[in-house]
Design a protein around this ligand. Structure first.
Ligand code: PFF
Length: 454
């Protein structure tokens, strides 16, 4: 990316755009959130639903954001205002709010990752035991301090405008993730519990799916939107830098394929290790990735070096996603209030840090923020965006999508009617079920016990 005089950055190359969008998509959503959702929602049954969501709902919804971004050439908030006008401009405000909420707890989990880089370097989690180490660093002052460091890194990168560095980081990150994760997946394959894990992870229990669809559907919708960075305008901002001769479908498809592949690969590491260690994936919760990888590294030759490499790669993935989240808020503040970039970034970063601070009291707070953000806010953002583009501005959308495509006849109507009815209906049902899940969580044992303990 290079800076123009107007303060807007443009992608130097098409690959630059894809890398940055992949950098936003690939993050804690794939590496931390995906395995823990799979564990909570019944293994392969969840994966079937998740894959269906990514392909049938996520991909068309990504096109919706690309259309707004490329047509207006503006960021999420300005883009919506220009594209729609009227009361729709408040949708931009919703995006800013979502960015705030997600980054506030994303940074707490990012802080855990930083602690695992340290724990790998010192051998801390090997000496202390993976379970105890996770308990120690995931809440309390340790977690608060690490959350502060993570937010500080985000603020420094964005305030200095060194996103070129991040683009470079992403270029290294994607191959590094694939290489290190493949190595760990091969190790996991050799474990005694691998067979059982693969059948849990790869062969769906359809009876389970039918019996539990009311919690699996909103979980898959939330994961689909979270992992693809959809529902809060991030992809609007990225597509605003694209030129008209690019085929949006091919770019979106590339992003979806890389992103999904990395999630699936992460599961091939986590589940064999959990099964071999005799840990029930359902109960390992938000700690699944940390516990299982720490366990594996303790048994591997050069485990500590691999650990530093692994968690550093995860930290880069988390930072490149966090930057896309804060950028929505920062560019809004710059456009709206004319605040300088550094000042806006520091103020917003501090506010997000404060909002995330309560999350470090107990890991149950991660669930609270996470269910609210992914299963309610992002899905709501998606519903509004899809309605706006497909029902209120279909001509512009089709016109925009057809650019960069040689033969578009026929596909346009398929896309339009897919997003207009099935996508929208599924998202509305998911939102309804997501609210239900959230209410169940608020009234469930884990959260009420936590409140009672305060
Ligand atoms: N997609 C990112 C991840 O999977 O970690 C998280 C994320 C970034 C969600 C940006 C939403 C978003 F707008």
């Amino acid at each position: 990316m290079s800076n123009s005089s107007a303060g807007r950055e443009t992608w130097s190359t098409r690959i630059g755009f894809i890398l940055a969008a992949v950098g936003s998509a690939v993050g804690l959503g794939n590496i931390w959130r995906f395995p823990f959702q799979v564990g909570q929602e019944g293994g392969a049954a969840f994966i079937v639903m998740y894959l269906a969501f990514v392909v049938l709902i996520g991909f068309p919804a990504m096109m919706v954001e690309f259309v707004v971004g490329r047509q207006t050439g503006l960021n999420a908030v300005g883009g919506i205002r220009e594209f729609a006008g009227g009361a729709w401009k408040y949708l931009g405000g919703l995006f800013v709010f979502i960015g705030f909420v997600i980054l506030s707890y994303y940074s707490v989990v990012g802080g855990w990752v930083l602690r695992y880089i340290l724990g790998s370097a010192t051998g801390g989690y090997i000496a202390q035991g993976p379970g105890e180490y996770f308990v120690q660093i995931s809440s309390g002052l340790d977690a608060l301090a690490a959350h502060a460091v993570f937010m500080l890194l985000v603020v420094i990168i964005v305030a200095l405008g060194v996103k070129q560095g991040i683009e470079l980081g992403v270029k290294i990150m994607v191959p590094a993730i694939i290489a290190i994760f493949a190595l760990l997946a091969v190790y996991a394959f050799t474990l005694p519990g691998a067979g059982e894990a693969y059948s849990y992870y790869l062969s769906p229990d359809l009876d389970y799916l039918l019996a539990n669809w009311q919690s699996i559907v909103p979980a898959a919708a939330g994961q689909g939107f979270f992992t693809l960075s959809l529902g809060m305008g991030v992809m609007i901002t990225y597509a605003s830098y694209l030129s008209e001769d690019e085929n949006l479908g091919i770019d979106g498809g590339t992003i979806v394929i890389f992103n999904t592949g990395i999630s699936i690969l992460t599961g091939l590491i986590v589940f064999p290790i959990l099964f071999s260690a005799g840990v029930d994936p359902e109960t390992s919760g938000a700690g699944a990735i940390f516990l299982s990888v720490a366990e594996a590294l303790g048994n591997l030759q050069f485990g500590r070096i691999i650990g530093v490499l692994f968690f550093t790669t995860v930290a880069i993935a988390a930072l490149s996603s966090a930057i896309s989240l804060i950028e929505v808020v920062v560019s809004y503040a710059i456009d709206e209030f004319g605040i300088a970039r550094e000042r806006a970034t520091i103020l917003i970063g501090s506010a997000i840090f404060l909002l995330g601070a309560p999350v470090t009291i107990d890991t149950v707070m991660v669930d609270l923020y996470d269910i609210f953000a992914a299963q309610i806010l992002l899905v709501l953002g998606g519903i509004l965006l899809v309605t706006l583009v497909s029902w209120l501005h279909p001509e512009e959308a089709i016109d925009e999508l057809s650019k960069g495509i040689k033969s578009f006849s026929g596909i346009d109507q398929v896309w339009l009617w897919t997003v207009r009815i099935p996508v929208l209906v599924v998202l509305i049902v998911s939102l309804y079920l997501g609210i239900d899940t959230f209410v169940d969580f608020l009234t469930g044992d884990a959260f009420t016990d936590f409140l009672a303990s305060l």
